[in-house]
Write a protein that binds this ligand. Structure first.
Ligand code: HEM
Length: 361
């Protein structure tokens, strides 16, 4: 008997049908969702990044930017430090090196208190693009828990928002079929979560980076962080992952990054988790795709129909078969569908293809 991915306190009579194939559907393999305490009704994920021109990594400026952010994220003057944060990096398709903190709080109040009391907000507002050797970006999401879902293929290793959970669920029923992501989002019981379909021209990046740009939020923007962790795989599985799955995931993420506009993807970064001290990815063996879609339906369509995710998906079942279904690769994702006021995007001295800047004109 499986649990529901939607916790009891967020269940309501459906006005929209579930995609679940049948009420007694049993998924072919187990997966789990994070359970948050009932009094947690909202989460925060802040992506606070620094961007460096080609050729600057791993220079002193990278270390200095990370030290600056670390001081705020660990500040002794703030009683509401993030529940969890980690570092990730990516070199983007313009050759810029981006390093970001991904920090989580259990409420907007806690995040705002941190921003104020750590001195982060004051520092951020005073940043002058012309005085800084690098660009900076701040992308903050404030999903209510009814607009949020997670799926993990193991209940033993927390990632991201799971660090704020009180437990993992029992194996959930709503997975293993297309559309299950939507079935796991509590609000989708009664809301189709339609977004703003962006006309193609909407994706044209501004010709030059402006100094400081705030990009407004969009109705029902769909954000996915989809992670892969091969740290604890056996030597044979590691080789298989790196030779057969990893390149296919990169291909899918490159497609969304470079050609996403055709499928409703505003931004995609395929990031490596890096060591907090060295900012190096070696030995960490964890990556994630971070993508922003104009609406959930576009993300669903890319997964279900586009050759790049179908190659990942199909490749995974071959991979599992080769391992006799004894897979130790860990995968997870967290997905949120956000109201405009649940998003904050600000860019200081970044190139025009950065994050939601690319969709801002
Ligand atoms: C090694 C990497 C990946 C593997 C093995 C993988 C495999 C899968 C599998 C097996 C499912 C079905 C899960 C279930 O319902 O039980 C799935 C669904 C999904 N995947 Fe991937 N995937 C990978 C990477 C990604 C990435 C990087 C993204 C996007 C950034 C992504 C987006 C999605 C979404 C949104 C769904 C849910 C679709 C729905 O329920 O309608 N995946 N993937």
């Amino acid at each position: 008997m499986s649990a529901s991915a939607i916790p009891n306190h967020l269940k309501c009579p459906r006005t929209l049908p579930a995609q679940l194939p049948s009420t007694d559907f049993q998924p072919p393999y187990p997966s789990f969702s994070v359970r948050f305490p009932e009094n947690v009704s909202e989460l925060v994920l802040a992506i606070i990044g620094a961007q460096f021109k080609p050729g600057s990594e791993p220079g002193a400026a990278v270390g200095a930017a990370r030290s600056t952010l670390t001081a705020f994220l660990t500040s002794s003057t703030s009683p509401t430090l993030p529940s969890f944060f980690e570092w990730a990096s990516v070199t983007d398709n313009k050759g810029f090196y981006n390093v970001t903190a991904l920090a989580y709080w259990p409420s907007r109040i806690a995040y705002e208190a941190w921003a104020e009391q750590s001195g982060f907000r004051k520092w951020w507002q005073a940043l002058l693009p012309e005085d800084s050797p690098n660009g900076w970006f701040l992308e903050v999401f404030f999903p209510t828990t009814d607009r949020f879902e997670t799926l993990f293929n193991t209940d033993a290793t927390p990632e991201g928002s799971a660090h704020m959970g009180e437990a993992m669920s029992e194996a959930v029923q709503e997975h293993g079929y297309w559309g299950s992501m939507r079935d796991r989002i509590p609000l989708a019981q009664t809301d189709g979560l339609a977004g703003e379909k962006a006309p193609p021209g909407d994706f044209t990046a501004p010709a030059a980076a402006a100094g400081r740009v705030v990009v407004p939020g969009r109705k029902n923007l769909a954000v996915i962080r989809s992670g892969q962790d091969w740290l604890d795989t056996t030597p044979a599985e590691r080789v298989l992952y790196l030779e057969t799955m990893h390149p296919v995931v990169i291909k899918g993420m490159d497609f969304l990054r470079d050609h996403g506009k055709g499928v409703g993807c505003h931004s995609c970064r395929f990031m490596e988790i890096v060591d907090p001290k060295t900012a190096k990815a070696e030995g960490i063996d964890r990556t994630f795709g971070l993508a922003y879609f104009d609406e959930l339906a576009s993300l669903e369509k890319w997964c279900k129909e586009h050759p790049t995710h179908l190659a990942i998906f199909g490749g995974f079942f071959q991979y599992a078969k080769k391992l006799g279904n004894n897979v130790t690769l860990r995968v997870f994702h967290e997905v949120m569908v956000l109201e405009p006021e649940q998003q904050y995007f600000e860019y200081v001295g970044c190139h025009p293809g950065t994050g939601m800047l690319a969709a801002s004109q």
